[in-house]
Design a protein around this ligand. Structure first.
Ligand SMILES: O=c1ccn([C@@H]2O[C@H](COP(=O)(O)O)[C@@H](O)[C@H]2O)c(=O)[nH]1
Length: 464
């Protein structure tokens, strides 16, 4: 008998599979109930389950730093795998603690570590997705989940939509097939369960990332600096396209090369919160920040509404926004306060100098006012949009638009410098590039070339 059949029969013998009529959590009546909690009472079976998952892991060639088990049944399995692989374990609490560290992810890790998820059974995949979202929010990379049983009720597709690959030891159809072959259940019972499974495919509504506790998020400044170093990229793509679908597609291709993606949401013809959530998911998976180049410029009260309400609900998805200090510091105060209602770390870039010809921002008094404002709100202001180095402090990232390797400007006042001139001559940390990449014949190759050029110059000068 094959090892898989043996495992299925062992699980049947310890009554992990029950056939009859069972009311599920959803209220639906099901002809099968799978209760894998029983395996903790059978050490040999627990060991065998972990071995099968180890095999799947080995064959999948997934590399990982940590393993996160989904409470409760998968925790003992994950513990065994951690010991076998000598890798640390993480654990996602069901509830964030409301005392002490208020952590939701327990265990030690570094931002950008790769983590796999271990789960006992997948129906819709929602537990795996919730776990992944908490891990993503901590800056971890999660792309794969290993499960013992897939109930084949759309879980694999739901996970795929979140860019998580499902690796399973057993499919429910294989379990039924084996139990029939070994005379444990009748053909009729198997058919009945199969029909139930096919008739109960459960597509998940697009889930919003919800993080229970603001304190768990890594501060945005730290996340940004980590991304730049780890990805060896100080390139921000300015995706000035009018289709969000196209931006999502492009960011899937170019996301690996950039530290930040900048958009203008008010030029999009197909904006929706579902789509922007999709873009946010790509940014989490490929590890870049999202900058909404909104260039806020009104009184504090209005700006707070523009930031959090309306069609775009910018604060929900943009890690960073751009802000003019023209109306006075109240604008930054208002945005910072509004950001505190969001369960993720947020920040802003103050527009100190512009790249366009004749910009009225570019005078000394104005720029000094901007720097003063940054100092006052330095928890929220993480840098500047600038054309020169404004302060010697490493606290602020200088982000420079108006960069092109071959053009010197456009017909409407935009002025370009090369990446080297931006970084060396003007002290840029982050280079913002738009049409030089967007209008090129091969956007991916061009983005790679800009990434290399920008980071090489940056490394040379700043000795990262
Ligand atoms: O001073 C500024 C501030 C912002 N921008 C924005 O950057 C991009 C540049 O696009 P290119 O295609 O590289 O010219 C664009 O979104 C501007 O709104 C800037 O150019 N200058």
């Amino acid at each position: 008998m094959g090892a898989i059949d043996q495992l299925i029969l062992q699980l049947f013998d310890i009554e992990a599979f029950k056939f009859g009529s069972f009311k599920l959590k959803s209220g639906i009546q099901s002809p099968i109930y799978i209760d894998l909690r029983v395996i903790i009472s059978y050490p040999d079976i627990l060991r065998s389950v972990a071995n099968h998952m180890n095999n799947i892991l080995q064959n999948s060639n997934v590399s990982f730093n940590e393993i996160c088990g989904v409470p409760y049944t998968a925790l003992p399995i994950a513990s065994i795998i951690c010991v076998d692989y000598k890798r640390p374990m993480l654990l996602r609490r069901k509830e964030a603690k409301n005392y002490g560290t208020k952590k939701i992810i327990e265990g030690k890790f570094r931002p950008n570590d790769r983590c796999i998820i271990i789960e006992d059974i997948v129906t819709t995949g929602s537990s795996v997705i919730e776990t992944a979202e908490s891990l993503w929010a901590e800056g971890l990379q999660v792309t794969d989940a290993i499960v013992l049983i897939d109930r084949e009720q759309h879980g694999e597709k739901n996970l795929q939509e979140k860019n998580i690959r499902l690796h399973r030891v057993l499919k429910i159809s294989e379990v039924l097939d084996c139990l029939v072959r070994h005379g444990k259940i009748t053909e009729e019972v198997s058919k009945n369960v199969s029909e139930f499974i096919h008739g109960n495919q459960m597509q998940l509504p697009t889930l919003k990332i919800e993080i229970e506790d603001k304190n768990i998020s890594i501060p945005i400044r730290q996340r940004f600096q980590t991304i730049i170093k780890e990805k060896k990229s100080n390139l921000c793509l300015s995706a000035d396209l009018t289709s969000l679908d196209e931006i999502i597609e492009l960011s899937n291709l170019i996301g690996k090369n950039i530290c930040m993606l900048k958009i203008h949401c008010d030029i999009l013809t197909d904006f929706s919160m579902d789509k922007i959530q999709e873009l946010k998911d790509v940014s989490r998976r490929l590890n870049f920040l999202l900058l909404e180049d909104r260039k806020f410029a009104d009184i504090g009260n209005t700006v707070a509404l523009q930031y959090t309400k309306g069609l775009f609900q910018i604060a929900e998805w943009a890690d960073l926004v751009t802000v003019h200090v023209l109306p006075g510091e109240g604008i930054v105060q208002a945005l910072e306060q509004a950001a505190q209602t969001i369960n993720e770390s947020r920040g802003c870039l103050l527009i100190a100098q512009m790249s366009s010809k004749g910009a009225l921002t570019n005078n000394e008094d104005y720029v000094n006012g901007v720097i003063k404002c940054a100092e006052k709100y330095s928890d929220f202001v993480i840098g500047f949009i600038s054309q020169s180095r404004l302060t010697t402090s490493d606290k602020y990232l200088h982000c420079t638009p108006g960069v092109h390797l071959t053009n010197t400007g456009d017909q409407l006042g935009q002025q370009y410098v090369t990446p080297r001139q931006a970084i060396d001559g003007r002290g840029a940390d982050i280079v913002i590039v738009g049409r030089a990449i967007l209008d090129s014949i091969n956007r991916v190759k061009t983005a790679e070339a800009y990434q290399q050029e920008c980071y090489q110059v940056y490394e040379e000068l700043r000795k990262i």
